[in-house]
Design a protein around this ligand. Sequence first.
Ligand code: AMP
Length: 123
Amino acid sequence: MAYTYDPQNIFARILRGEIPNKTVVETAHTLVFHDIHPHAPVHVLAIPKGAYVNFDHFAAEASAEEIVDFHRTVAKVIADLGLSGEAGYRGITNAGRAGLQEVPHYHLHILGGRVLGRLVDPA
Ligand code: AMP
């Protein structure tokens, strides 16, 4: 699968420092920041710093170091934001047309702080 990455997407611009963000944590390969339109009391976005369009692109082509850094960082954020254990959270990633992905840079939504609705709307 050949993936085409648009370097002008809004998260690429955030990573270049062209647009401000409310950072939760930043590591060598990962940035976690608050979603600008939160859908829950906690709603953050975790993104790799590399140019990956979506989850399958990241999973297929990122280095082991990037993949480990991303997931360890997400785990730390989940704990730091009080979502681990009983409290719980939902991780969502949207891809392409079916997923209604708006920003074509891989991002994992992490939502919590209230009981969330069902997984997807009925068709
Ligand atoms: P998706 O539909 O999965 O592509 O979600 C894109 C998400 O990015 C939405 O939840 C938006 O609210 C969020 N978003 C868009 N622009 C920004 C921004 N400048 N800072 C933080 N979040 C943003």
